[in-house]
Design a protein around this ligand. Structure first.
Ligand code: DWN
Ligand code: SAH
Length: 417
């Protein structure tokens, strides 16, 4: 599989519409990252699309070339339940406290959370006086949040929905979204929706995987169907500025292998823009994020990362070692398919999500088993398909390490931890 030859073509950017989108990475034909398969589905052809990323030389937004209809991704059997991670729970606890302590300014104006999933953050926001309302199109995870007594609108967040919400619930003092902004293909529509929903001094906060971390950690597995965009502060500030909004503060955060938390408001709100924004813009310019070369360099290193991973796993296997995968993440689907890693190399993938157990990994058909299966009979090596949770998982699996077991991760290059 070769990397797309960026010198030969440019395509239309899905954000600014110009013919300045330059493909730089081709990860090949890919199934839907979270489309885990039942026994009977194993014998049917899987939906696949071409997983490629491009960089727009005009608006500087890094994005997927081909996207998948959101209705195929977010539905009544969405596989990811946010509350599976203790570290993420603590992370959202701190975010909720921060919102409660520093951003809320009215007991009546609502707080909206976009992509509230099973209520991991919403339940913490719900403790404050203002109404906390989730917006979550995946019906099964929304149902879990409702069972907790939370108020969830079961729809995709769009500018039409924003107008209805203003009518029915009022303007927002805070709109927050973790790992959801990059999932929304119509970002211009999203920005319009924010401009409609926010009260004059309202604040929005988004956190998403950060482009600079993806590049420096070689985290190519963050690139998949659900993640339509890979944000820099530069590309996001420009987008919001086109819609009368302003980024006033940014904070790098460590979750999901390196994310950026972005705070914004209306362009004419009274809050000043903090020095953090200018500082990050300067870092990004210095890292060459405005130039195609940074992305072509990344693509070359991704191919090298694949080579080193496959070589490591094959060598261990040839030595008669038992290898398994740990965590059936979306990112894992990308790594396994791009690197051609199947049941011949990994006996199984264990995962603590009950609804993933008993299913098979998309495209590569490795059985997914409960974590207890792993603990009952330790293999020699566990290849971590959610390296972002390395510390949390290693802290749970001390007996594996104490018995001589070792974890393997692929980023930036394959290594035994
Ligand atoms: O952006 C997204 C993030 C927030 O979540 C979504 N597009 C989809 C999803 O991505 P992911 O599937 O790559 O997320 P995680 O959090 O890296 O996946 C964790 C997987 O690992 C889950 O299937 C649960 C599993 N896990 C486990 O088995 N034991 C996780 C932990 C922490 C554990 O201890
Ligand atoms: N906020 C959670 C969930 C992230 S997964 C966390 O950080 O862990 C992304 C979530 O966004 C999914 O639950 C998905 O159903 C939801 N989502 C996707 N597109 C959306 C949209 N247009 N509006 C609202 N939610 C959306």
């Amino acid at each position: 599989m070769s990397n797309a030859n960026s010198t030969t073509r440019s395509l239309a950017c899905r954000l600014c519409g110009r013919d300045t989108l330059r493909p730089f990475l081709d990860l090949g034909d890919m199934p839907i990252a979270n489309a885990f398969l039942t026994d009977s589905q194993l014998h049917h052809p899987e939906y696949k699309f071409r997983l490629q990323a491009g960089f727009c030389e005009h608006c500087l937004m890094v994005q997927l070339i081909e996207t998948v209809d959101p209705g195929k991704l977010f539905h009544d059997q969405y596989a990811y339940f946010s509350s599976i991670s203790r570290v993420m729970d603590q992370h959202f606890e701190r975010l909720a406290a921060r919102i409660g302590d520093t951003l809320l300014y009215d007991d009546k104006l609502p707080v909206f959370e976009i992509g509230s999933n099973d209520g991991i953050l919403l339940q913490k926001l719900d403790r404050f006086a203002p109404p906390a309302i989730g917006i979550e199109p995946s019906a099964n995870v929304a149902a879990v949040a409702r069972e907790k007594g939370l108020d969830v609108v079961g729809e995709f967040f769009t500018s039409e929905l924003a107008a209805n919400l203003v009518e029915e619930r009022g303007h927002a003092q805070v709109v927050v979204g973790g790992n959801v902004l990059c999932h929304i293909p119509d970002l211009n529509g999203l920005a319009r929706a924010l401009a409609t929903l926010l009260e004059a001094e309202g604040v929005f906060i988004f956190e998403d995987p950060y482009l600079l971390d993806i590049l420096s950690n070689l985290a190519y597995d963050q690139i998949y169907d659900e993640h339509v965009y890979y944000f820099s502060v530069t590309s996001l500030s420009r987008l919001f500025a086109r819609h009368g909004l302003r980024v006033f503060h940014v904070e790098p955060i460590s979750v999901h292998g390196g994310s950026m938390r972005v705070f914004g408001c209306r362009a004419n709100a009274v809050r000043p823009t903090e020095p953090s924004v200018q500082r990050q813009l300067a870092r990004e310019a210095q890292a060459g994020l405005g130039e195609l070369e940074a992305y072509e360099h990344f693509a070359r290193r991704v191919a090298e990362s694949r080579r080193s991973l496959v070589e490591l796993l094959q060598t261990l296997r040839a030595d008669g070692k038992r290898l398994v995968g740990y965590a059936a993440s979306s990112k894992g689907t990308v790594i396994l398919n791009y690197c051609g890693i199947g049941p011949d190399l990994l006996e199984y993938v264990c995962d603590n999500t009950p609804t993933k157990q008993g299913l098979y990994t998309p495209g590569t058909h490795i059985p997914i088993v409960p974590t207890d299966t792993f603990r009952a009979d330790y293999p020699d090596y566990a290849f971590l398909l959610a390296w972002n949770h390395l510390r949390e998982i290693m802290s749970k699996e001390t007996a594996f390490a104490n018995g001589g077991g070792r974890f393997i991760t692929h980023a930036p290059t394959a290594h035994i931890v």
